[in-house]
Design a protein around this ligand. Structure first.
Ligand code: R5P
Length: 282
């Protein structure tokens, strides 16, 4: 077995190869003068694990080319982050079901697919090969444990992420809840935990994705007003669009933590062990 990865997943790819104790394939990446991608894979193996997060359109094309370059091998695809997964329904007439488009395209030529905290597990049905969705909730929980916070409160930004917050909180037996938005006036919104009180507690807001960080930034300010001692933000996929990291830090958030499904300077949690564990069970 060997691991091969796209440019945007080289850190996770190398970590995965190390955990699996298999070689990583060297790949030459370049572009044609008109901007088209070119790549050439080094020595392959009968069994290949392709690692490639789809963080944008370029990453999608590069991943498709890499899969094709491995066509004579038995390919397992690790898709740590899948862009377009949030367009998982045709919300309005005339829209594409983008998650289905990407899932279909990436199923071609591979024998199975591993995703990590895919935005909605319902999307898995669009992959046309066997698939498994892995969760880093316990890994985030372990990271928080190592911070030695006193009675932290784990908060989901909305009720949709409550189950995820519960899984994170189970690492330390901490209280968890979700934030509830109350509209006070046309321009004023209040956000507070639905059942518990944040006063005198450190709070960790957890979610699958931090994109613009808008919700968490607003929530952090309000949690401080409610007496939270410290506010942290942790997620699996640090999309961090439009200056989200700086925006979050400017609200007084103590730290923003994400995993290496998207490779960022604040990727402090690795998905490698969890992915390796799933691959070893096959
Ligand atoms: C949405 O359903 C996701 O789980 C995240 O809550 C969302 O993507 C975060 O978006 P933003 O960071 O832009 O508030």
């Amino acid at each position: 077995m060997k691991v091969i990865c796209t440019e945007r997943s080289q850190v996770l790819g190398a970590r995965l190869a190390k955990v699996l104790q298999v070689p990583i394939v060297d790949v030459t990446f370049s572009r044609f003068p008109d901007g088209e991608y070119y790549l050439r894979a080094g020595d392959l193996d009968d069994e290949i694990v392709v690692v490639g997060s789809v963080v944008d359109n370029d990453a999608l094309v590069q991943l498709m080319l890499l899969i094709d370059a491995c066509e004579h091998s038995h390919i397992r695809l690790v898709l740590p982050y899948m862009a377009y997964a949030r367009q998982d329904k045709q919300f309005k007439q005339g829209e594409p079901l983008s998650a289905r488009v990407v899932a279909n395209a990436l199923s071609r030529g591979v024998s199975e697919i591993f995703t990590v905290n895919i935005h909605d597990p319902d999307v898995l049905k669009y992959f046309t090969v066997p698939k498994q969705n892995l969760s880093l909730a316990r890994d985030i929980g372990s990271y928080i444990k190592a911070l030695h916070l006193k009675d932290p409160l784990i908060l989901a930004p909305d009720d949709g992420a409550l189950a995820f917050a519960g899984q994170v909180a189970s690492a330390g037996g901490w209280d968890f809840d979700h934030l509830e938005k109350t509209r006070l006036s046309e321009i004023e919104v209040r956000m507070a935990p639905k059942k518990v009180c944040a006063a005198s507690h450190p709070v960790v807001i957890v979610d699958d994705i931090i994109s613009t960080g808008g919700t968490i930034a607003t929530a952090a300010g309000m949690l401080y007003q409610q007496g939270a001692t410290d506010v942290y933000a942790a997620c699996v996929h640090g999309v961090l669009a439009n200056g989200a990291y700086a925006r979050l830090m400017s609200t007084g958030i103590r730290d923003v933590i994400c995993s290496d499904t998207i490779e960022r300077a604040c990727s402090r949690i690795s998905a490698a062990e969890r992915i390796a564990g799933a691959i070893r069970k096959r």
